[in-house]
Design a protein around this ligand. Structure first.
Ligand code: NAD
Length: 513
């Protein structure tokens, strides 16, 4: 009752109607078609944005191309200074933006704040990076020659993001792309468009304060058709797309057909291996948060527990006890552990998955179901479920974006558990709970986990911005955020300079006139 979305929108400068395509402080639209945003928290209408038309899109690209000419010649450390100011603005708006994320997407307020913190952290990272966009120097095989490499910005980076991290994923991309000298066109998820408006307002303020042109930060709105304008556009050299594997397979082909670059962050099917040497208390906390946090709608959510037979009953009992204590309800009430699913379609998918896995032979240990009654009027609240299953079940192989945790049993050596964990199409996050050095090292070795993220004594869910984030196989192979992920936002050029009066050819080739 204390929560007033109107005040939050006001603080973020988001009008609740007629928001639209933007290249900065400007907001324009030639369309009559709107996307209406409803909160999964209480089913209430929040506001709308206008869908970007082809004409609007052309304006955006033209503005972005012009802005690129200015931005690419702004020294990288100065670009870093702009990103520093952007990070500071995020600090000022952290609570308001965190609330909007929570209300529009349905994750807990704490997790909403966590997302904004991640945006701030990646800005700090990018500021440092702006003085470290290093290339190598090499020794030339020819006398009097010098050889080195340098990184130049690419141009326009297209960012397509998913509903479940409506703001952090944008920042992971933009903060790096901006210090690298690129300009960005973002298409937020059609399920969370208003967080897009709020973020664009913050960025636009910073660029305008510094007398920089419109078009360094751009937002377009719509579904896959608007996304398709970006992915098929040769003027957009890099597409960074986050979402389902289904989407990634289409985007990858669209981008490859024009030989563009793509950075894909797609679905996961993440497992925790629980060995006989696991700390049970840590295992339960890691598994429960991993499975029910964000209502099971994280790409790194824990979907499978692969438990040694000697520990199986003990772990199952501890999980059932923990699940019985879970409080489900309004995510803005900080005493609740689990909020709603994103929409009614997600609820249907969750219900269908539970029916399907039972048909395959799965046995519910904690029974799921859709909640009704006071506080659940929006229809998006469900009970987190635990199902005993077999690794090969179709549903176990599939990413259901909901709080369903599958318990799988292994016997013998840890290599058997690793085999089960790797035997899915996805390869994002993985974890082992063990105090046994041999097991931990085997899990991290070449014979171990095949995922982009492999943790020891930490769950699968959540990651720090300092590391490169992403996964293998159907997760798409992209890496973003920390480490050297910045390199994908730049083009590498190798330069050889001859400071003699001769022209010796490489490989000793003789060519005389
Ligand atoms: P989604 O695939 O339905 O949509 C994601 C985005 O892609 C949206 O903006 C959508 O409009 C756009 N899109 C869809 N089809 C497109 C097309 N053909 N061309 C261009 N754009 C298109 O995903 P979602 O339901 O929003 O998000 C959930 C999925 O995202 C899960 O599978 C989850 O694992 C994944 N995800 C992955 C990561 C990661 O980093 N690996 C992070 C967050 C979410």
């Amino acid at each position: 009752a204390k929560f007033k979305i109107k005040n939050v929108l006001k603080e973020l400068g988001v009008k609740n109607t007629n928001e639209g395509t933007s290249t900065g402080k400007n907001n324009f639209s030639s369309s009559d078609v709107s996307i209406k945003s409803y909160s999964p928290v209480d089913g209430e209408y929040i506001g709308s944005v206008k869908i970007t038309t082809k004409d609007d899109y052309e304006k955006v690209v033209e503005t972005a191309q012009n802005a690129f000419k200015v931005w690419r010649t702004t020294p990288a450390p100065l670009r870093g200074e702009i990103v520093r100011q952007f990070g500071n603005k995020l600090r000022e708006r952290k609570e308001a933006l965190g609330k909007l994320v929570s209300y529009e997407m349905g994750k807990s307020y704490q997790e909403g704040l966590g997302e904004v913190q991640e945006m701030i952290d990646i800005c700090d990272f990018a500021v440092g990076l702006s003085r470290q966009l290093h290339g190598l120097t090499m020794h030339s095989e020819r006398p009097g020659h010098r050889m080195y490499e340098q990184y130049h910005p690419l141009g326009i980076v297209g960012i397509i993001s998913a509903f479940n991290f409506p703001v952090a994923v944008w920042a992971w991309n933009t903060a790096l792309a901006w210090v690298c000298g690129d300009v960005c066109i973002w298409k937020p998820s059609e399920k969370t468009p208003l967080t897009g408006v709020a973020c664009q307002n913050i960025a636009a303020e910073v660029f305008a304060d510094n007398n920089l042109p419109e078009g360094i930060s751009n937002v377009i709105y719509g579904d896959q058709h608007v996304g398709g304008l970006l992915t098929k556009d040769v003027r957009v050299p890099l597409i960074s797309a986050t979402g389902s594997t289904r989407m990634g397979k289409i985007v990858a082909q669209d981008v490859a057909a024009r030989l563009g670059k793509s950075l894909l962050e797609l679905g996961g099917n993440n497992a925790i291996i629980v060995t006989p040497d696991a700390d049970i208390k840590m295992t339960v906390i890691g598994a429960v948060f991993g499975a029910v946090g964000t209502c099971g709608q994280r790409c790194t959510s824990t979907r499978r527990l692969i438990i040694h037979e000697s520990m199986y009953d003990q772990v199952r009992e501890a999980l059932v006890k923990a699940y019985n204590q879970l409080k489900i309800g309004n995510p803005l009430d900080e005493t609740n552990h689990v909020g709603p699913l994103i929409d009614l379609a997600a609820v249907k998918m969750y219900e269908n998955a539970l029916v399907a896995v039972e048909k395959e032979g799965g046995k519910s240990v904690v029974v799921g179901g859709v909640l009704e009654g006071q506080g659940y009027e929006g229809g998006c609240y469900v009970k987190p479920a635990i199902v005993e299953a077999q690794p090969h079940y179709k549903m176990v192989q599939h990413e259901t974006f909901a709080p369903i945790l599958y318990l799988l049993r292994y016997s013998g050596d840890v290599s058997n558990a690793i085999e089960i964990q790797n035997a899915v199409a996805q390869g994002l996050s993985s974890a082992i709970m063990t105090n046994n050095l041999r097991e931990a090292e085997q899990f991290l070795s070449v014979n171990g986990s095949d995922c982009g993220i492999a943790n020891v004594n930490i769950g699968t869910s959540g990651a720090e911005i300092g590391g490169a984030f992403g996964g293998e196989k159907e997760t798409g192979g992209g890496r973003e955020s920390g480490s050297d992920a910045w390199k994908v936002y730049m083009r590498r050029q190798t330069n050889t300079i001859n400071y003699t009066t001769n022209l010796p050819l490489a490989q000793g080739i003789k060519f005389e006139l």
